[in-house]
Every structure is written in structure tokens, then in C-alpha cells.
Design a protein around this ligand. Structure first.
Ligand SMILES: *Cc1c(COP(=O)(O)O)cnc(C)c1O
Length: 357
């Protein structure tokens, strides 16, 4: 399928942010977007790049009412040599197709959307910021559009990709976050949609996150839905604990999101010869390890923040300082390695980095 390109007129072009050191997250979007339409029986059609614009949706569109919506989040980086780099981008579209399957939505042709993404970024390449720590955030999305007020899978969908420059995800930058162990609300249960990147999971997480923020915490640590006992994720990141000489993260048992940063961390620490376990870990074991000095460090992982060190964990009203409230050595080493790869500075032994210009 040929991707049609309609460029924005000079008068439609937006003003680019003047100061890259002040970029936030998620407010600024570039001049163009990629779109295509799906119709049952015909498949995906009309892949195109157009000036960024509002989309019009029927008020009865099924995605609005019944939550058939999936998305991805990835980044393009301005490498140290000036070229534009993608990090494991195909993995995001593979995951999008797994999310699609869970929500009875059509999958996409990965080669086609990768081509669309690259063409979009090249067209808007002046929007890729150059300052270290900044990047171009990429948000692919699929939404059910058929107007019908009955519950069943939609017969039509819209796929789009929007992009925009971002700075650091957390206001604190790399400084350690304070997390609140949530033992009332849950994010997802095994058998549900916790392992799909779908809108409802985030709506379900907001109340706990807002309450934690009111109490001065940055993020919520989620426990399993059945027993409120085992560690799942932190906010919208996967989480790792270094206890003694073992690095531990929750297994992919269906309720957690299979993070690509999570997978990168697992592969890298195994390369480094560090003992890496994907296994269930109870909050009681974490707290006991924190109390007797065996918890060396803890960190969240995700595309937005890469590595987000945990400085304090609060469980049942008691605070536990982690790594002296600082960024641990392993967190720092992993951050340097992954960011070094993303900006094209470190040797890419896994074939994760792709230059697009
Ligand atoms: C996106 C996401 C992650 C992190 O995934 P990455 O591929 O590493 O960005 C982790 N948990 C949740 C709930 C997420 O939505």
C-alpha cells in the first residue's frame, strides 16, 4: 500500500518550542500525523500523512462507549551524531497487535506502520529535539469508530500516529520517587486486560494515583488483585527490586504490562552476569529486606522515564527509605547504558537501534 502524503501549508505550520530545556511531556504535537482506516472485510485502507488536525467521530462510536482503544508509547532520539534513532520500535507494534487481539481489534501490518512512522518523523524531523534527555514521543493509537450502541466488536477503526517533542517525564528528573503501596484499589487482575495497553487500565488507575499524590507521593505501587500480596507494577512502569545480589521483577502472568524497557533491562543485566529473576515477590519480603538492609535499590522502568529510582516506599503507614533515598549504582549504570544506546553512543550488541535518516 502506498502512503499518500499531504503536507501542511506554510501558514498551517506551528511554532516550535523555543527552549528545549523547558520541554514538558505530552502537550506539544508536531505539524503532521499518520492515519489509516479499517473496515471489516476490506482491512486497513488509505494510509496517509496529513497536516495535524482534529478528527471527527460519531457520538455513537463504539470506542467511546465500550473502550475498544489501544495505544503505544515510544520515542525517537536525536543521536549524539545528529542522526535520528529509533529504539526497538517494532516491539511496540508487536505489542500493539497483542493488545489488539485481546480487545477484538484488527492487527496492523508492522512493515506498513513502521514505514508510516519513519516517513512521518522524517517529514517533521525539525521537531526532534537535540538536547540530551529530550526526545520525540510517538503515540500510535487505534480507536473503534463504528456508530452503534450495542456491545460487540466494532466493524470500523481508525489508526493514527501523533508525535511531539518531550523533556524529562518526571518533574523531579532522575531524583528518586516516593511510592505508596496501594492495598485497597487494584490496577488489573489476571485474566483481565492488564497486559494490554488499553485506555481503561489508565482510567482504572487514576483514583488511587490522585489519592497518593494528595498525600505527597509520586507513584502508586500496585499489588496483585487476588491477595494484595505480590508486587505488580509502579504507576505506569514495571518495577525491579535488588535484594542481596539478585534483581527481581514480577513475571508476565497476564496482569502486568510487558514493558519493552523491562525486557531491555532483563537482557542487559543478564549480559552483565547479574542474577536476574522474573518471579513473584511479596510486599512483605520487600519490606523485610528494606528493614534488615538487604534491599539495595528499587527502580521503575518505562519508555517515558527509562529508569526511575525509588527513594522511599510507604506501606501500611510506615516509611522505608531505599538506597539512602538516592539513585542506586545499578539504577545509574542501567540508565547510562540504555540512554547511551538510545542516543547512539554505546555499542548496540542486540540490534535494538535503528537510524532512520
Ligand atoms: C507502557 C507501560 C509500561 C512500560 O512499557 P515500556 O514498553 O517499557 O514503555 C509499564 N506499565 C504500564 C502499565 C504501561 O502502560
Amino acid at each position: 500500500m502506498e502512503i499518500q502524503i499531504r503536507r501542511a501549508e506554510a501558514t498551517q505550520l506551528k511554532k516550535k518550542p523555543a527552549d528545549e530545556s523547558k520541554l514538558g511531556f505530552g502537550d506539544i504535537l508536531s505539524d503532521h500525523m499518520f492515519l489509516m482506516d479499517y473496515e471489516s472485510g476490506k482491512g486497513w485502507q488509505n494510509p496517509r500523512i496529513e497536516p495535524y488536525h482534529q478528527i471527527s467521530i460519531d457520538p455513537a462510536a463504539m470506542g467511546i462507549h465500550y473502550g475498544q482503544e489501544i495505544f503505544e508509547g515510544l520515542k525517537a532520539y536525536r543521536g549524539t551524531d545528529g542522526h535520528i534513532l529509533l529504539f526497538r520500535a517494532e516491539e511496540n507494534f508487536k505489542r500493539m497487535n497483542r493488545s489488539a487481539q485481546r480487545l477484538c481489534m484488527p492487527d496492523v501490518d508492522i512493515d506498513l506502520v513502521m514505514e508510516g512512522l519513519k516517513k512521518l518523523i522524517l517529514l517533521d524531523q525539525d521537531w526532534v529535539p537535540g538536547l540530551r534527555g529530550t526526545s520525540l514521543y510517538v503515540r500510535p493509537t487505534v480507536l473503534a469508530t463504528e456508530p452503534h450502541l450495542g456491545v460487540r466488536p466494532s466493524k470500523t477503526y481508525l489508526f493514527f500516529i501523533i508525535i511531539g517533542p518531550v523533556g524529562a517525564y518526571f518533574k523531579e528528573g532522575l531524583s528518586p520517587v516516593k511510592i505508596y503501596v496501594e492495598d485497597v484499589y487494584v490496577r488489573a487482575a489476571v485474566g483481565g486486560v492488564g497486559d494490554a495497553k488499553t485506555a481503561g487500565n489508565y482510567a482504572a488507575s487514576l483514583l488511587a494515583a490522585e489519592k497518593a499524590k494528595e498525600k505527597g507521593f509520586t507513584q502508586v505501587l500496585w499489588l496483585d488483585a487476588a491477595e494484595r500480596k505480590y508486587i505488580e507494577e509502579v504507576g505506569t512502569m514495571n518495577i525491579f527490586f535488588a535484594i542481596d545480589d539478585e534483581l527481581i521483577t514480577a513475571p508476565l502472568d497476564g496482569s502486568i504490562l510487558p514493558g519493552i524497557t523491562r525486557d531491555s533491562v532483563i537482557q542487559i543485566v543478564r549480559d552483565w552476569g547479574i542474577k536476574m529473576s522474573e518471579r513473584s515477590l511479596s510486599i512483605d519480603d520487600v519490606i523485610a529486606a528494606a528493614e534488615n538492609g538487604r534491599l539495595k535499590e528499587a527502580f521503575g522502568t518505562g519508555t517515558a522515564a527509562v529508569i526511575s529510582p525509588v527513594g522511599k516506599i510507604t506501606y501500611k503507614g510506615k516509611d522505608h527509605v531505599v538506597a539512602g533515598g538516592n539513585m542506586g549504582d545499578l539504577s545509574q549504570r542501567l540508565y547510562d547504558e540504555i540512554v547511551g544506546l538510545q542516543y547512539g553512543e554505546k555499542a548496540d550488541t542486540h540490534g535494538w537501534v535503528q537510524r532512520i535518516d
